[in-house]
Design a binder for this molecule. Structure first.
Ligand code: FE2
Length: 292
């Protein structure tokens, strides 16, 4: 059984063209294989004032965009073009290099409104960093949904309650969006050696701690029921399953993946293993090699 190892708070920072995100303070190796977990918004914009992320490059990892509210449009140097509506997922493997734009949809721009969603960066192991870029899009209507008493879960990657995702990931990734009613309980199986974490973005949940020591019957026990609140990322200990109890109506992401255990060299939108590879990425981008 997994327990909470540590709670990482989030802070608000501005990204792209100036939209606000909520981001856990710990990044990189602490969250391996996840490099970034940004909760975009909720940002409310007046007509004509919504901002996105204009054309920019990526190399060496994958970007996952999952929209909860609003409407976005995107385009990339490999010729992919599309839109994201609530519940849609875009899983983009930048690999050796891609240049793309991620903007509010032009129709949304006319009306204004709220944009809320996630962008998650998944690292690639060194042997796959220079793979060909690829692009997977899962519209909300085709997204696998798992349901149980008081539980609704969109299986973006991996498995939940016997339902499998349709996304093909380079390394085994679990990414589940869960909504739970008050007092619902979810037991999620997870391969024991994967790094596991939970990000709560509404309400409050507790994780059952197997190490709890009850001093007398009925006592809450020492170290029992570790709470994760709205805006907190909990890093979990190793183990075969997680037992999540919803204290209130709650919403959260379950994330898991293997520890890559490789050096991380990071410069803005490039994430490689060495400084030399970062310099090469900058040169290649300047020489237009990301768009060929
Ligand atoms: Fe991007």
């Amino acid at each position: 059984m997994r327990a909470v190892k540590s709670i990482v708070p989030t802070h608000r920072v501005q990204e792209g063209g100036g939209f606000w995100v909520r981001r856990p303070a710990a990044m990189g190796s602490l969250m391996s294989p996840f490099l970034l977990l940004d909760e975009m918004g909720p940002n409310v914009s007046a007509p004509g004032e919504a901002v996105g992320a204009p054309w920019h490059p990526h190399r060496g990892f994958e970007t996952v965009t999952y929209l909860l509210e609003g409407r976005m449009q995107h385009e990339d140097s490999a010729g992919n073009k599309g839109e994201l509506n609530p519940g849609d997922v875009q899983w983009m493997t930048a690999g050796r290099g891609i240049v793309h734009s991620e903007e509010p949809h032009e129709e949304f721009q006319k009306t204004g409104g709220t944009i809320h969603g996630f962008q998650i960066w998944v690292n690639l192991p060194s042997k796959h960093k220079m793979m060909s870029p690829r692009y997977q899009e899962i519209p909300s209507s085709e997204s696998p949904i798992a349901q149980d008493e008081g539980i609704w879960a969109r299986v973006i990657a991996g498995e939940c309650l016997g339902i499998n995702s349709s996304i093909d990931t380079v390394i085994p990734i679990t990414l589940i969006h869960v909504k739970m009613e008050k007092n619902a309980q979810l037991v999620k199986q997870l391969e024991s050696d994967l790094n596991g974490m939970i990000y709560v973005f509404s309400g409050k949940v507790t994780i059952d701690n197997p190490l709890q020591v009850k001093t007398h019957p009925g006592s809450p026990g020492i170290g029992s029921n570790q709470q994760i609140r709205d805006g907190e990322l909990a890093l979990l200990t190793k183990g075969k399953e997680i037992m999540i109890q919803s204290e209130t109506e709650s919403e959260f992401l379950i994330l898991a993946g293997p520890e890559l255990n490789e050096p991380i060299a990071r410069y803005g939108p490039f994430v490689m293993n060495t400084q030399e590879e970062i310099h090469q990425a900058i040169l290649d981008y300047r020489n237009g090699m990301f768009t060929n």
